[in-house]
Ligand binder design. Structure first.
Ligand SMILES: [Zn+2]
Length: 354
């Protein structure tokens, strides 16, 4: 009798354990999003959070966990996804199937003030063969900057802009167009002073740097990238040290288009850039959106780069520029001193007798 009884008891215990296990598993599934929520998510993808995340990062760094976490949070919560700290412009579809485009986006950690461009800095060799970075100085300027933007947009490609602070205060709306088009914006001093000139004190050189960034910030209504280019590529050692303490990256170039020369024209610019890039095989190209001939040359130059098998790399900063409040405030005061142009004519000029 003992053995049959033991067998029956054993069966009862086993049945109870199976039932308990099934109940536990059911309760776990209840914590997960309802299948309907996941299906709705799949049927109407929300491009804002996930595609901004994709656009702002090298896709090779994305792990399955990144995507899964974003997906399940969006599925559970009814509220829209929280905005990202560094919003990336929406990636619009490219209308040109044969566009030059952007092959790669690199994110730069500017801690300590790294230098780029082999003409002066050879430590950071991050471009591979046939990769180029397009860069434009001295804007924003009416006519030429919008034409440069159009040429870049027609090829669905992105560039790096180093505006002059004063120009940014003259034409803030043009600089905002540069930002809206998704390009990267640094700064190029307040007044394009040669910071290596003996006429300038160390403090005056710092003022040129800081005021330039504050002016770009004021024009954009948001912080630019901590990317700086010295006027005329005149690197001043003490200013370089200062830039390092401010975590601002310095940009030289690998090849100069010489588009600023007096005898420059569109054909010469295209030939100069293509000859140099074919010789070097890659590099950061220095141009000027301030120059009319550069705007004229750009559509052909971008086509030639594409035909030559070159690929564009866009450089972005990991963190935005932290401008100094004293320069932001001083600039605001200085701008207010200028004649106000906001008053309507009727409030200034009244016809009192005819
Ligand atoms: Zn310049």
């Amino acid at each position: 009798m003992r053995n049959p009884l033991g067998l029956i008891l054993g069966c009862v215990v086993a049945a109870v354990m199976i039932a308990a296990g099934w109940l536990f598993a059911t309760s776990l599934r209840g914590d997960q999003p309802a299948p309907q929520a996941m299906a709705a998510k799949a049927a109407s993808p929300q491009p804002s959070a996930s595609s901004a995340k994709l656009a702002s990062r090298d896709s090779t760094n994305l792990t399955k966990d990144d995507l899964d976490i974003t997906g399940s949070l969006s599925g559970v919560q009814a509220a829209p996804p929280a905005p990202l700290a560094l919003p990336a412009p929406q990636k619009s579809a490219c209308a040109n199937p044969d566009a030059l485009g952007v092959a790669r986006v690199v994110e730069i950690d500017t801690t300590g003030g790294p230098g780029f461009g082999f003409e002066h800095f050879k430590q950071l060799d991050f471009l591979v063969d046939k990769e180029v970075v397009l860069s434009f100085d001295d804007g924003p300027w009416p006519g030429s900057t919008p034409a440069v933007l159009k040429a870049l947009d027609d090829e669905c490609t992105k560039a790096l802009f180093f505006p002059i602070g004063k120009h940014a205060t003259y034409h803030p709306e043009i600089l905002r167009q540069v930002l809206a088009a998704g390009h990267t914006i640094g700064a190029h001093t307040w007044s394009h002073a040669n910071l290596n000139s003996k006429k300038l004190s160390e403090q005056q050189a710092k003022d040129e740097v800081e005021k330039g960034f504050s002016a770009v910030r004021m024009a954009l209504g948001t912080a630019p990238s901590p990317f700086f280019r010295f006027p005329e590529l005149q690197h001043n050692p003490s200013t370089m040290t200062y830039l390092g303490t401010r975590n601002i990256a310095t940009f030289s170039c690998d090849l100069d288009s010489f588009d600023f020369k007096r005898d420059s024209n569109a054909d010469k610019i295209v030939n100069t850039v293509m000859t140099k890039v074919d010789k070097l095989g890659k590099g950061i190209i220095l141009m000027h959106d301030f120059q009319k001939h550069t705007a004229e040359a750009l559509p052909t130059l971008l086509r030639r780069l594409k035909a030559g098998g070159y690929k564009v790399v866009q450089m972005k900063a990991k963190t935005p520029m932290q401008t100094l409040p004293q320069y932001d405030e001083a600039l605001l005061k200085e701008m207010k001193v200028q004649p106000a142009s906001t008053r309507p004519v009727s409030s200034v000029v009244q016809t009192v007798s005819q």
